[in-house]
Ligand binder design. Structure first.
Ligand code: C5P
Length: 316
């Protein structure tokens, strides 16, 4: 269809944190982090098509109940990019959601990152990587990583990244929970548990050696070595707010996962597998265990939204 207007489709990968060390609360309410992000091929798809105004629709297996207006981070991403570039925010945005919401998988951040890329192409802006990174960092702590994907060390509130060279792919089973957890509530619960001495005080200096070890295991492509290094300061807080996750983690352990951990602020749990076949088996058995809403095998270390510069498609 030579005269059809084009639309741009960009895949938005979810993230998990292989290491997540959390400092004390900062004056601005955020927490300094030392984290190792890892992008997984559980993806939303964001499409941007031509329009006279900005509009948004949300569909897909995990799309129900999400706002389709300026409360949605994808909408704000399009608006911020347009303002930065000095153009009108004219796009018909459509998100097909497969990433569970309020799940510790940064699905909203992924949609925002994919929206930046899709609108940049739709409006022929040719923004630089540095420009997109700066807008992403303003939108949220995880949006910059969603642009880049693969694996990366994150510091600051998570928006300052250092890529990790790791060619190999890792295999995981992702177990989705019945109900979501609000990220701010999980951070607050960690602060509360620390204040009462129930969990150790923060020590971001000690986390430098830990993240170095995670980077080495990733670069060597050794899942068994990585298994012993997975750690998440937010896990006790997520378990305190959603104690049923203990059964999910125990099921993964019983089923022979190399390691299991709460992803980010939870409540999703992720389990490291030896290879693709093992991840498929683990996911099937976790799904049958009755301890999660669904479980899926995924590949980790996949590219982020920015790598899809050539993702163009004609609207039919
Ligand atoms: O940056 P983002 O909007 O994704 O963060 C959501 C919430 O998570 C923040 O409002 C804050 O409560 C918490 N957070 C934090 N420290 C971080 C990242 C997020 O306290 N480094």
């Amino acid at each position: 269809m030579p005269n059809s207007p084009r639309s741009i489709a960009v895949r938005a990968p979810a993230k998990i944190n292989l290491l997540l060390r959390v400092g004390p609360p900062r004056p601005d309410g955020y927490h300094d982090l030392r984290t190792v992000f890892h992008a997984i091929d559980l993806c939303d798809v964001v499409t941007a098509g031509p329009s006279d105004s900005l509009s948004l629709s949300v569909a897909g297996a995990e799309g129900s109940g999400l706002p389709a207006d300026e409360r949605n981070l994808a909408w704000r991403a399009a608006a911020e990019l347009a303002e930065h570039a000095g153009v009108e925010a004219r796009a018909r945005l459509a998100i097909t959601k497969s990433i569970p919401v309020a799940a510790g998988l940064a699905g909203g951040s992924a949609d925002a990152a994919a929206t930046l890329i899709a609108c940049d192409r739709l409006w022929d802006l040719d923004s630089t990587g540095a420009e997109l990174d700066a807008i992403a960092a303003r939108l949220g702590s995880d949006v910059t990583f969603a642009l880049h994907g693969r694996s990366a060390l994150g510091v600051g509130r998570g928006e300052r990244l250092d890529p990790i060279t790791a060619d190999g792919r890792l295999h995981w089973a992702v177990a989705a929970a019945d109900a979501g957890l609000a990220t701010p509530a999980v951070y607050r619960e960690l602060d509360r548990l620390r204040a009462e001495g129930a969990v150790p005080a923060p020590d971001l200096d000690a986390a430098v050696a830990e993240s170095d070890a995670v980077c080495r295991a990733l670069a060597a492509g050794r899942p068994a070595a990585l298994a012993a290094l997975l750690a998440n300061d937010l896990q006790p807080a997520a378990l305190s707010l959603a104690p049923q996750l203990g059964a999910t983690l125990a099921a993964g352990d019983r089923l022979g996962a190399l390691a299991g951990i709460v992803s980010g602020s939870g409540p999703t749990c992720v389990f490291l597998a030896a290879d693709r076949q093992d991840a498929e088996r683990l996911a099937a058995e976790l799904a049958a265990s009755g301890t999660c809403r669904f479980a899926r095998p995924v590949v980790g270390g996949v590219a982020g939204a920015a790598a899809q510069a050539s993702a163009r498609a004609a609207v039919s």
